[in-house]
Design a protein around this ligand. Sequence first.
Ligand code: EPU
Length: 432
Amino acid sequence: MTKYIVEGGRPLFGEIHIGGAKNAAVAIIPAALMVSGPCRIENVPQISDVTLLLGILQDLGAKVRYVNPHAVEVDCTSLRNGRVPYESARRCRASYYMLGALLGRFGAADVALPGGCDFGGTRPIDQHLKGFRALGVQVDTQSGFVMAEAAGGRLRGASIFLDKSSVGATINIMLAATLAEGMTVIENAAKEPHVVDLANFLNSMGANIMGAGTDVIKIRGVEGLRGGTYSIIPDQIEAGTYMAAVAACGGEVKLCSLIPKHMDCMTAKLSEMGVEIQEMDDSLLVSRIGPLVRANIKTMPYPGFPTDMQPQIAAALCLARGTSVITDSVWNSRFRYTDEFKRMGAQIQVNGNLAIIEGVERLTGAQLEACDLRAGAAMLIAALAAQGISEITNVQYIERGYEDVIGKIRGVGGSIRAVEAPEEELAVSTAG
Ligand code: EPU
């Protein structure tokens, strides 16, 4: 078991290269299983969720070959339709995209219900299943598996109005509808950049998808997809995480290879908090010299403030002057990380989906346990900004979504190292 040792209290200076978007990669890799012929995916982040999904493709008979550390060639020509077992599905929520993709390719799918980050509340998939059913699929959930089969072996286009603009449901329905017969219309669709990236990937392989990035997506089913090359967009949340780190620690960091437009809501909020941000073609120069100022945050679907940035910005707000209020309107209970912050001296009160933060002068290093991916990233930011040494355990959550986090933080002067700790020691050090 790995843990991170972080010595905090140093400002960050230098450059960080932003990698490919995790949440686009985890949709595009399953989508590749619908493509006949070799398909090359570039700007693939080296994170454990990607390794896991590529492993599922291989188990189903795909040929997977890394061309370089960030480009992978996937050939699903001789894929067979198999079961996606619980051992794989429980470790990555996005494994449920195998449902939409297998339904598209074979008209049937048998996939264990997903795991992934547990925020402490429920993560329903009723909208995904409603979409599949509208496309003519018979869906049964039994013994932890979703078993789905289209009457006659092929899905039929339909109109679907989502009760919530769910990213996962939009992606899963888009996948299933790509090779369906006729036109599918998704209304109240999610507009996140990774939804658009998936549509662009599928279109570049021969799909006919219009309107991605708006709340109405139209998918005209095609007979098949052909191979090609596609490069994944930069990770909006990875970039935002390092922006929040500079806000919390101070210093000046250039974040390279990103899409500034995707960062607008973070740029606006951090500017309000006293962070200076200069925008260039594909980079942002982020600096914080003066004090941090309080702000209110309300998470919303894109283009609003992303829920996946809420814990990281909270780490910075713990050190801002005044009282900040965070409302998470996407997830009900995504504040489990605040208990760890409190042990560092943060003043936070949580009530349902609301957190009230009274800024303090300093945080102090502590033993911290990551409880999900973004919570882990937020603890890393708090540890980097705190006085003294922190130990972070359960870092496998962080490594699900952040490539080379240690190298990137060290590259800008942060003090962090990974150590292997025996499990008994971890159990003792994280008790209570
Ligand atoms: N919802 C339903 N029914 C559904 C699906 C969703 O009620 O069938 C509700 C959820 O309970 C939630 C809201 O709709 O309140 C939004 O959920 P959504 O489906 O959009 O979330 P998701 O697809 O499960 C993706 C990201 C999450 C991110 C959310 C919101 C991936 C793999 N995951 O999850 O990312 O928090 O969208 O933007 O794309 C992360 O990267 O750390 C992460 C958790």
